[in-house]
Design a protein. Structure first.
Ligand code: AGP
Length: 605
């Protein structure tokens, strides 16, 4: 999705902005651009393609300050040089970069065109540049405010006026904007990753806020002009965390980081004295949690799949009805919000638009919602106001790996906590605590067998379709395995409950369609064996993700994961499937960290 970066201070803005654009690349984009002010004039460069393409077209002496830069993910108008941001007014005085969608852009465009303005792009953003330029205000801030009063839609934006280079004006409504406080310099970005190289001290704008940035500080106010008070927070992540180190891809690095990330998710949360988990961020005491009759979990993509695993954990350990639903569906079906239901929003980035909208819908109807989020201070985390941070460290690859694992671990902690308030015995709680603390080492042992998985991946190279099946929580493992494989390798992969195979998809099984079967040695093992027999009878190849021990059926490949407590087995069963997707993509030569058409954080509808 689109990315914003801006700078005001004594230094030349251009290298700072270009480096910021590189930091934002992981979000997914199709064009990039930059504008700086110099001697009362704007200097602008932009093009379709990668940030490195922009670097190639930058003139030798492209210098100036303040400046703004952008990575665009097309919404209005195709990816092209002229649709890339920044967009300028007709006099080339005002430059605007914008994330989000202006819903009344067509009407505003028609009105401006009738006044004689000639548009140079098909974007909604250009409308903003012309509107701001025509406002009869002494200050840039006043002009931006007045223009935004006419606009309906979502935005995170930054505006530069070359004739008034002492300030940058930024505003937020539905799309993240973070200010970075430096030493007599200020930064702005849509994502803290573009700031951490320069400062750890940040301020998150809220919806409906405008900020004026000067080299020596900033002021914030509402769209109507009433001052607002902000407190700076510290970003825990350092610049090194965004480095690929010796790994070829961020996806591989983040898979390898899982043991440490998992340790951080558990850190300080295991409570052996009472055989439970301690989760201070819930801000709900035992009595309030006992009143909860149902749990509803919302998220998108992998977050929703981790929510499905979370629902299984909660039902098993706390015996509370729990259900996961895509946030993108939930928000549009006028859901019934019940006072005795606890709602949980799951989001790695904390910025996914659909999940945020679902949280707002729950809150609007008086529901209680907590967040399971990785990015501290992100919009969903702040909107929920309570919850569990993953502390997994930044995830740069578009495909989620370590945050998926850490989210399921966070759910295990929550389920243990809820269970121990209810009927889960101390003995069972104790076994789970021990098993949780062993997970990081068990994950390490799986990662050490990377070569075995690379070998299994070879068996998927020739096929065009693959099936993933499992039962109960194993089905959620299958769903995540299939999603990873399709995202990163572009292979058609479909997940099905093993129990449903003979109700339809069995018709598609041939010697050319391998099935990856998630089959832990649990109560459903023999049922899974029967399903495998049915697939074999149709000549379908089988790759089994299972536990050590004899398999009473022949398979083309298998990978045995270490055993945990049965409720936690899905966490370990998922790890080889991450590596399987990675190796298939690697062997197919895919753009692993930036799969086609995908963005890391989906901040628009
Ligand atoms: C995961 O591999 C995907 N890229 C995607 O499904 C992701 O999980 C989804 O967009 C939700 O993102 P979030 O966790 O940041 O809300």
């Amino acid at each position: 999705m689109c990315g914003i970066v801006g700078y005001i201070g004594k230094r030349d803005a251009a290298p700072i902005l270009m480096e910021g654009l590189h930091r934002l690349e992981y979000r997914g984009y199709d064009s990039a651009g930059i504008a700086v002010a110099r001697a009362g004039e704007l200097r602008v460069a932009k093009c379709k393609g990668r940030v490195r393409d922009l670097e190639k077209i930058l003139p030798d002496r492209f210098k100036g300050s303040p400046g703004i830069a952008h990575t665009r993910w097309a919404t209005h108008g195709e990816p092209s040089d002229r649709n890339a941001h920044p967009h300028c007014d007709s006099a080339n005085r005002i430059a605007v970069i914008h994330n989000g969608i202006i819903e009344n852009a067509t009407a505003l465009r028609r009105r401006l065109a009738a006044e004689g303005i000639v548009f140079r792009s098909e974007t909604d953003t250009e409308v903003l540049a012309h509107l701001i330029a025509k406002m009869p205000h002494d200050s840039l801030e006043g002009a931006v405010r007045a223009a935004l009063q006419m606009v309906v839609g979502a935005y995170g934006l930054a505006v530069l006026d070359a004739t008034r280079p002492n300030a940058l004006v930024v505003a937020r409504n539905g799309s993240p904007v973070v200010l970075g406080i430096g030493d007599r310099e200020m930064f702005v970005a849509s994502d803290p990753s573009a700031l951490v190289r320069h400062t750890q001290s940040v301020v998150h704008l809220d919806d409906g806020e405008v900020a004026v940035l000067r080299a020596d500080g900033f002021e914030t106010s509402t769209l109507e002009g009433d001052p607002t008070a902000k407190t700076a927070s510290t970003i825990a992540w350092t610049d090194d965390a965004f480095d690929k180190l010796d790994f070829d891809h961020f996806m591989r690095k983040e898979i390898a980081e899982q043991p440490d990330a998992a340790r951080r998710t558990l850190s300080g949360r295991l409570e052996p004295r009472f055989q439970t988990a301690h989760l201070g961020g819930l801000a709900l005491d035992a009595r309030e949690l006992l009143e909860v009759r149902r749990i509803k979990i919302l998220g998108c993509g992998s977050a929703c799949i981790s929510a499905t695993m979370g629902a299984h954990l909660i039902e098993q350990l706390a015996r509370l009805p729990a259900h996961a639903e895509p946030a993108s569906e939930f928000r549009y079906r006028n859901p019934v919000i019940e006072p005795d239901t606890l709602y949980i929003a799951v989001s790695q980035s904390g910025e996914t638009f659909d999940t945020l909208a679902a949280v707002q819908e729950v809150k609007r109807k008086g529901g209680r919602v907590l967040g399971i989020v990785n990015v501290v201070g992100s919009t969903i985390a702040r909107e929920c106001g309570r919850g569990i941070y993953l502390h997994a460290g930044p995830e740069v690859s578009v495909v989620s790996t370590k945050t998926f694992t850490c989210t399921v671990m966070a759910f295990a902690l929550l389920a243990l906590h809820l269970g121990r308030i209810r009927d889960l015995s101390t003995a069972h709680g104790g076994r789970l605590l021990k098993a949780l603390s062993e997970l990081p080492v068990q994950i390490e042992s799986i990662l050490a067998r990377d070569a075995e998985i690379a070998e299994l991946a070879r068996q998927l190279l020739a096929c065009e379709h693959a099936y993933f099946i499992g039962r109960a929580a194993g089905y959620a493992v299958a769903m995540e395995g299939a999603l990873k494989l399709k995202e990163v390798s572009y292979l058609h992969a479909e997940a099905y409950p093993a129990s449903e195979l003979k109700h339809g998809p069995l018709a598609l099984i041939t010697p050319q369609t391998p099935t990856i079967v998630v089959m832990p040695r649990d109560d459903l093992f023999t049922k899974n064996i029967s399903t495998v027999e049915e697939i074999r009878a149709r000549g379908g190849p089988i790759l089994a993700i299972t536990h050590a021990g004899d398999l009473p059926v022949s398979v083309e490949g298998r990978f045995d994961v270490p055993r945990s407590e049965p409720e936690l087995d899905p966490i370990l069963l998922n790890i080889p499937l991450q590596l399987l997707a990675y190796h298939v993509a690697l062997q197919k030569g895919r753009d692993i960290d930036k799969p086609r058409n995908l963005a890391k954080s989906v901040t628009v509808e």
